[in-house]
Every structure is written in structure tokens, then in C-alpha cells.
Design a protein around this ligand. Structure first.
Ligand SMILES: Nc1nc2c(ncn2[C@@H]2O[C@H](COP(=O)(O)OP(=O)(O)OP(=O)(O)O)[C@@H](O)[C@H]2O)c(=O)[nH]1
Length: 445
């Protein structure tokens, strides 16, 4: 889980604080010492931590908080607000030009995930009904142009390239004409990165910026590099001037130092975060939601959004109908699983549920492999078997296990769980209770 160790430590500290009916100034100060250590261990910039703790202390030790009915909760609320403040109060979007094309210039070090993120943003923008054009301006890394072309092909987004013998500044200038020619309204330029910041790279980026006057200069940094990412951001901002950041590989960042420090150090907002290698693993950055996740309050809003984007309401209604008539089959079950899978890795979904601490999360043994196993088992059944699992006798079980590359025990377990779920639905979901709205299926209005 992203931010796992920080979340775990903060939640532990606040649990202690909440358990006390009354709080003294000393209690709060001691808790803040623990918070300070947790933030430093999460690789948050030292100055940022110092300012943060001072601000919280200033607000939390007053009479108003200490003498309130729920002092522990009040302190947590203050910490939550300050975390949000630290990461930028509001979430910021891409500034689209009033007169197209909008030019978005990507900058960043090699390996930060720049090319991948260009593809992700193109996919995201295309979903909004726009017509992006990807521009291959990295003429130095041999595979960079090809990588972008493959991404473009998979996403069905055009890619503009002039090969690698042309000056990148000219490629970028020409891409504007190309966008006009093919009717693209957003240009996404993938510039060259280097392993480290060097003058040659910075000069080229300055020239491109001067030539195409982008509406957005987005810096891509790797969250897993912690304070290095913060230094890189500061450097790029001072030399090129950036409008915002995309923080990649947040899925692998258990500490969180970069996400918590970058805004405070550079003054520039994080606009998106990368949460995986797939093209849909790009999310707008919501400081308030992330603060809630870190403090164990969940992120119900993101969960609902994911459900709305990926969950087919019509199908859900059909399912309700089937439940009413007690016709829920293994086929419907598979369909459900596939819809939920589309919302993203299960481990990331579970993180958004309020009230589950990182420790509890570690105990919840949900993984995508289990889901794939269930899918394989159901896919190995005949239509008749899926409709009526009671016909699945010993030899059929053996065949299904062989066909799905699982064991007979796995098949037995699935059938047992399915039959128990059905029984439970029968009990809770008598036609009446569903009709009266007492029982609601997930994500149904
Ligand atoms: N887990 C995870 N991996 C990511 C994410 N974003 C990018 N990656 C991976 O990071 C690696 C480097 O990404 P690239 O896009 O090739 O890097 P780049 O910054 O374009 O590199 P240059 O073109 O050399 O500047 C690839 O294996 C990506 O799949 C993310 O959000 N999460």
C-alpha cells in the first residue's frame, strides 16, 4: 500500500490519543513528537516537517481543543487539515487553452516514467472527448520513439515523429502544424530525459519551451526516489519553470516523502499520480482524499467514482432482478467479478474503505490472483454447469480443475462458497426486503 508505514504509525499514535478522555498539553506535544518521527522516517523534507509540527502544535494546544468533548478527534482533524494544506488545498486540473491546440510539454529524468505517463494522459484526455496528438521529441534514447509509437497504436492515438536526425525544437514546432492538419486539439510532447540534470538537457528544454509556448509544462518525477524527487522538482522549476507535477509509481511508494514535500518546497501542485504500469493507472491528485487515506479515514469518494466509471448500472439492475427471482448463477457471479476487476487492483480498492488500518489491511488476504483463479474455474465450466452447479459431480470437478489449472480443492471451495452466498442471499434478500429497499446490492442506487 502507498504510504503504508506512515499511515500505520500515525494511526497508532492517534489511537492512543483518542483513547484518552481528557488531553493535556503534554499529551498533545508527545503525540506530535511521534508524528514528527513518523514524517521524518517517511522521508519528508526536514524543514517541511518542522513547519508542519509547529503549525499543528499552535492550533492543537489551545483551550478550545483540549477542553472540548472530543479532544483526540479535534487534534486528528487539525492534523488532517494541515496535511491537506501541505499538499495543496484544491486539486488542480490541466489548463486547456481556450483556442486549441493546447500544448502540454512533458519534462523529467530518464526512467521517471515520462513516456508511459504521456500515454496515460493521452488516454485520459481522449476519454474526455478530446483528440490528443503524441509527439516524439526524445531523439537520443534509441527506443524512445518506438515506445511512444507502440503506446499510440495501443491507445489509437496518433504519434508525430520525424525520426531521430532532426533537432527536437523543429519537431515540436512542426507538431503544431501537424495537429492543425489532422484536427488534434491537444499536443502532448515527450521530451528527452537524462539520468541526471545537465545543462545540455536544460538548454534544449528551454528552447522547446520558448519555441512552442506550452500551456502546461508538466514535470514527471518518480515518487519512490523520495527527497531526490523533491530536489529534481526544485531544480527543474528554477531552471525551466513548471506548472505542475505528475508523481509516478505511487503504488510502490510505501513512505510518501515526495508526495508530502513537493508542493511545500516548490510551490507547484501535483496534478496527477501514477498508480501502476497500465494505461488507466493515472489518477487526479486529491490532497484531501490522500490525507484521509493516510489517517485511516478511507477514501469513499474515489471508490464511488471508480464504481461509477466502471460499473454497469443496467447490469446491476438485471442482477437485482435475478436475485429477486433467485436465479443468480455462477455466470452472474463471474460477471460481477469482472466488473469489480475493471475498477483496479483489489488491494488498491480495499485501501479506500474507511476504518481499515494498514495492519488490518495486511491481514485481509484479497489478491488479484485469487480472482483470476475463480475466473479460470468458472470459465472451464460448461454453460449448463454455470447455470446449475448442482450437476457438477466428481468427474466434472476433476475436469474443471484440469481445465483451469487449479486443484479439485479449489473447485470445491468455490462451489461451497457460491452455494453459501446463495443461501445467505435467500435469507437476507427475501423478495420483500429488496423491494422495500432494505437490502441493496453494492453500487446500486
Ligand atoms: N509501478 C509503476 N510503474 C510505472 C509507473 N509509471 C511508469 N512506470 C514504469 O516505469 C518504467 C520507466 O518508464 P518510462 O516511461 O519508460 O520512462 P521515461 O521516463 O520515459 O524514460 P526516458 O524516455 O528514458 O526518459 C517503465 O517500466 C514503466 O512501466 C507507475 O505509476 N507505477
Amino acid at each position: 500500500m502507498a504510504f503504508e508505514s506512515l499511515a500505520s504509525k500515525l494511526q497508532e499514535t492517534f489511537k492512543k490519543l483518542r483513547s484518552k478522555g481528557k488531553l493535556t498539553e503534554k499529551d498533545v506535544k508527545e503525540a506530535m513528537k511521534d508524528v514528527k518521527i513518523a514524517l521524518l522516517e517517511a522521508d519528508v523534507n526536514y524543514k517541511v516537517v518542522k513547519d508542519f509540527i509547529n503549525k499543528v502544535n499552535e492550533k492543537a494546544v489551545g483551550q478550545e481543543v483540549l477542553e472540548s468533548l472530543t479532544p483526540g478527534q479535534q487534534v486528528i482533524k487539525i492534523v488532517h487539515n494541515e496535511l491537506v494544506e501541505l499538499m495543496g488545498k484544491t486539486n488542480t486540473h490541466i489548463n486547456f487553452a481556450s483556442k486549441p491546440p493546447t500544448v502540454i510539454m512533458f519534462v523529467g529524468l530518464q526512467g521517471s516514467g515520462k513516456t508511459t505517463t504521456c500515454g496515460k494522459l493521452a488516454a485520459n484526455i481522449k476519454k474526455q472527448g478530446k483528440r490528443p496528438l503524441l509527439v516524439a521529441a526524445d531523439v537520443y534514447r534509441p527506443a524512445a520513439i518506438k515506445q511512444l509509437q507502440v503506446l499510440g497504436q495501443n491507445l489509437d492515438v496518433p504519434v508525430f515523429t520525424m525520426g531521430n536526425n532532426i533537432n527536437p525544437v523543429d519537431i515540436c514546432k512542426n507538431s503544431i502544424n501537424e495537429a492543425g492538419r489532422i484536427g488534434s486539439d491537444v499536443i502532448i510532447i515527450d521530451t528527452a530525459g537524462r539520468l541526471h540534470i545537465d545543462d545540455e538537457m536544460m538548454n534544449e528544454l528551454k528552447e522547446i519551451k520558448e519555441a512552442v509556448k506550452p500551456h502546461e509544462v508538466l514535470l514527471v518525477v518518480d515518487a519512490m526516489t523520495g527527497q531526490d524527487a523533491v530536489n529534481v522538482a526544485q531544480n527543474f522549476n528554477e531552471q525551466i519553470g513548471i506548472d505542475g507535477l505528475i508523481l509516478t509509481k505511487l503504488d510502490g511508494d510505501t513512505r510518501g516523502g515526495a508526495a508530502l514535500s513537493i508542493r511545500a518546497v516548490t510551490g507547484k501542485p501535483i496534478k496527477f499520480v501514477g498508480t501502476g504500469e497500465k494505461m488507466d493507472a493515472l489518477e487526479p491528485f486529491h490532497p484531501d482524499r490522500l490525507a484521509s487515506r493516510i489517517l485511516g479515514m478511507g477514501d469513499v469518494l474515489s471508490l464511488i467514482e471508480k464504481a461509477q466509471e466502471n460499473y454497469d448500472i443496467k447490469k446491476a439492475e438485471e442482477l437485482q432482478e435475478k436475485l429477486l427471482k433467485q436465479q443468480f448463477t455462477l455466470e452472474d457471479f463471474l460477471d460481477q467479478l469482472q466488473q469489480i476487476k475493471r475498477m483496479g487492483p483489489l488491494s488498491q480498492l480495499v485501501e479506500m474503505i474507511p476504518g481499515l488500518s494498514p495492519k488490518q489491511l495486511a491481514g485481509v488476504n484479497i489478491n488479484d490472483r485469487d480472482v483470476s483463479k475463480i475466473e479460470a474455474i468458472i470459465n472451464s465450466m460448461t454453460k449448463a454447469e454455470r447455470k446449475d452447479p448442482s450437476i457438477i459431480n466428481g468427474s466434472r470437478r476433476k475436469r474443471i480443475a484440469m481445465g483451469s489449472g487449479t486443484s479439485i480443492q479449489d473447485v470445491n471451495r468455490l462451489l461451497k462458497e457460491f452455494s453459501e452466498t446463495k443461501k445467505m442471499m435467500k435469507m437476507f434478500g427475501s423478495a420483500d426486503s429488496i423491494k422495500k429497499g432494505k437490502l441493496k446490492l453494492p453500487f446500486m442506487h
